[in-house]
Design a protein around this ligand. Sequence first.
Ligand code: GLN
Length: 228
Amino acid sequence: MNTAPPADRPTNDDAVPTVGVLALQGAFREHRRAFERLGARVVEVRKPAHLQGICGLVIPGGESTTMAKLMRAYGFDEAIPAFHAAGGAVWGTCAGAISVARDIDGHPDQPRLGLLDLGVARNAYGRQVASFEADLAVEGLDASFHGVFIRAPRIVRVGPDVETIARFEGDPVAVRSDRVLATVFHPELSGDDRLHRLFLERVCLVSVDRAPGEPPAAAPSDAPASRP
Ligand code: GLN
């Protein structure tokens, strides 16, 4: 595998990293707030041009079939893999984790980006426990992370190059491979920004060194993603 970043890799050599949140549908505002609390600039990505200049993209939770239709309608089915191939990082949460997976059990025709060698089963925690919360030990975090699971997919297969960084009752619930992170729970809903920080620092490879108490970077939603 060629690991050298291509020349057109989105860069953030500016002091403040810029990250994108796919804003077609679902829980994107909470992700935005979490990144802003960390001092990152956030772009709400509504069309492929908004991928320019961001170091990483979050695909939020929501409804994966609806999101897949919207992604195709707006051209993200090609633009997101191209962004990833050019060096961009991607984090799928819940429905977003379904979108980045290679296989979706029982839904072979559901469009997906297939960026991560993963098999998932949608809504597979069963009716009784469709939504639940659990404290998770996440590799790389000093203390447990409170995971909020909402009709979460179950990860049923993990490829050889995919690293499991958290489990719930034996099942992988947070996994990563190079520039792709997937979590089947909703880290944006627990008021704990450590996974957002982990994504920026360990997956996007940018630093967020905002001193505690410093105001968030000014980031109007319609600001251009690229640096002046
Ligand atoms: N069950 C949803 C799906 O299959 C995902 C739920 C979520 O994102 N909270 O799309």
